[in-house]
Design a protein around this ligand. Structure first.
Ligand code: HEM
Ligand SMILES: *[C@@H]1O[C@H](CO)[C@@H](O)[C@H](O)[C@H]1NC(C)=O
Length: 448
């Protein structure tokens, strides 16, 4: 170890932040004594569990090593929570699909506050399924088809802007694109001034989302909370204008405004705002990080054909949502193991996508493996079951459109060495894949 000093500081910070988290957490989990047949695995040290092990190496290595040692189901203790990790398609399906009512979504309070507590992904039951239907119908294939010309225009203007730059941070450029597509799906054509205000304030929220949550003036987290309040005001203004004009639009905002349940209840403005921010959040970094990986794989192997398979294989290889979290609402028994009430469960999507049992030579980028459909529940880049991604068709369409225009009208080269992966928190190639883009008409390397 040549740089022990910074590592030590990180360890100390992590130690204290974990202690703080543990003590502030209201829902402290009762110790479960002598429950037979907990899954195998190590709970690490008191308080901090295995948090240091997880953060001191690539998180994927941590999960993989554990799976090799204990099998597909194992327990651990991270970030103040006892936790069962699930690396098999069957176990993941049990939690997310067939027994989803026994496991509720769980997020740190600081993140819930930043997005908005009424956003659908924090909920289950009736409220969740009502909202989910609204989001799904505004993102149906039929609705997306009508957006295609506008998405194409955005893709072309995005690529043109890169061709005028010396070096482009691909990830940042893709974030601008996926944000614009998100705005389009939510508001339809939005007036320029509102769009600019949303964009600027949202980028402050975005920076605060992954910062340490201390709400003191001057901190990134505090600034983000203030910007989050301004986003609410902007969305209220947009809603007022929409109501004045009495427009019955079929975009997501239109669906939210027209909603009425059996009892005649409608959605409040704060509920609408939380869900709009929620969808923007779910749509931006995911799609941008997937697109950045696609460009990297295409660059590494320019012979690749067939855009759809390239997209699927990129989603498998990069597994950008590498796992998710739920919390057991009662003691649950699965395959002879007990998952105690209050414990977290983590379906490990990346481990499933990189298991040679389901994907031959998983470390190789091979789009042709998708000539045959993967086995059920083994390919889950968009999750599975009750909370699976309602934006998956939109994501695929926008990726396809951008890639199509890129490979038919442009050329690009990656600038600088590309070895490491950064986490934002989704994995992204080193420095966001800096690249140079230029226009070169009529290339047909990739078929659709
Ligand atoms: C490549 C891009 C994307 C990937 C890989 C992705 C992946 C995912 C995954 C894995 C989940 C489930 C999380 C869980 O079970 O805990 C999810 C949920 C969600 N995604 Fe996506 N997503 C993408 C793009 C989008 C887009 C473009 C939108 C919207 C326009 C969107 C909206 C949502 C929403 C609203 C949820 C929550 C659904 C619920 O809780 O019922 N996503 N996404
Ligand atoms: C944020 O929103 C407010 C309106 O609430 C607007 O006046 C301001 O220009 C926006 N931008 C920034 C960077 O705060």
């Amino acid at each position: 170890m040549d740089s022990i000093f910074p590592t030590t500081i990180i360890y100390i910070l992590l130690f204290f932040s974990t202690l703080l988290y543990y003590h502030l957490s209201k829902k402290r989990i009762k110790k479960h004594k002598l429950i037979p047949k907990l899954p195998p695995g190590s709970m690490g040290y008191p308080y901090i569990g295995e948090t240091l092990q997880l953060y001191s190496k690539d998180p994927n290595t941590f999960f993989k090593d554990k799976q090799n040692r204990y099998g597909d189901i194992f327990k651990t203790h991270i970030l103040g929570c006892p936790c069962v990790m699930l690396a098999s398609p069957e176990a993941s399906r049990f939690v997310l699909v067939t027994n989803s009512h026994l496991f509720k979504p769980t997020y740190p309070k600081s993140k819930e506050k930043m997005i908005g507590p009424s956003a659908l992904f924090f909920h289950q039951g009736d409220y969740h399924s009502h909202l989910r239907k609204l989001v799904q119908s505004s993102l149906s294939l039929e609705a997306i088809r009508k957006l295609i010309p506008a998405i194409e225009a955005l893709a072309i203007s995005t690529l043109d802007s890169w061709a005028n730059e010396h070096v482009t941070n691909t990830f940042k450029g893709m974030k601008k694109f996926s944000f614009e597509v998100g705005i389009l799906a939510i508001f339809g054509q939005l007036e320029k001034q509102h769009k600019e205000e949303l964009k600027k304030n949202y980028s402050i929220v975005d920076k605060g989302y992954n910062s340490f949550p201390t709400n003191l003036p001057g901190t990134t987290y505090h600034k983000a909370l203030m910007a989050r309040k301004r986003l609410n005001q902007i969305i209220q203004e947009i809603i007022c204008e929409r109501k004045e004009k009495k427009l019955l639009e079929k975009d997501l905002l239109g669906h939210f405004l027209n909603f009425e349940n059996e009892k005649g209840q409608t959605l409040g403005n704060d509920q609408i705002a939380d869900n709009i921010i929620g969808v923007l959040f779910a749509a931006q970094d995911t799609t941008a990080s997937a697109l950045t990986w696609i460009l990297k794989y295409l660059h590494d192997d320019p012979k690749l054909l067939e855009a759809v398979k390239v997209i699927l294989e990129s989603l498998r290889m990069s597994s950008i949502v590498s796992f998710t979290f739920r919390e057991a609402v009662v003691d649950v028994e699965y395959n002879g193991y007990i998952i105690p009430k209050g414990w977290k469960v983590m379906p490990l999507f990346r481990n499933i996508h990189h298991n040679p049992e389901y994907f031959n030579e998983p470390q190789n980028f091979d789009p042709y493996r998708f000539e045959v459909n993967p086995k059920p529940n083994t390919f889950v880049p968009f999750g599975n079951g009750a909370h699976s991604c309602p934006g998956n068709e939109l994501a695929k369409v926008e990726m396809l459109i951008l890639i199509h225009h890129l490979v038919t009208k442009f050329r690009w080269e990656v600038v600088g060495p590309q070895r490491t992966v950064q986490y934002s928190p989704f994995p992204v190639p080193h420095n966001g894949l800096p690249a140079r883009f230029w226009k070169e008409p009529e290339n047909h390397e990739l078929s659709l």
